[in-house]
Write a protein that binds this ligand. Structure first.
Ligand SMILES: [Zn+2]
Length: 105
């Protein structure tokens, strides 16, 4: 039930763990330090990132990885900000061309 995915940098160091909370929103449990090995026996979770975009740097190799908002959280946000703003731009362009003809008698 508790599905955990390890979130790694491009070189395979574990930066944190992705899980879903009770509402199905993806959260990133960010480790205090990146872990090079496969086993994560005792890790310090520094922060819980949910529903945002964050640049996270691996402190082993220095590679940056961007945590982006999960799809489910994104849809929740979109329904939360469900206001549809309609802009009325009515441009009236009327060009009148008056041609005067001078008739000579
Ligand atoms: Zn790394």
């Amino acid at each position: 039930m508790d599905e955990l995915k390890i979130w790694r940098c491009g070189k395979g160091h574990a930066l944190g763990v992705v899980r879903r909370n009770g509402r199905g929103v993806e959260q990133l449990l960010l480790y205090r330090h990146a872990i090079a090995g496969g086993s994560s026996e005792q890790v310090d979770v520094m922060a819980v990132v949910e529903g945002s975009v964050m640049d996270i740097r691996c402190d082993i190799c220095g590679e940056m990885r961007t945590w982006a908002i999960g799809q489910a959280a994104f849809e929740r946000l979109m329904s939360h900000y469900g206001k549809s703003s309609s802009t009325d731009n009515t441009e009236k362009n009327k060009t009148r061309t008056t041609t005067k003809l001078n008739e000579k008698h």
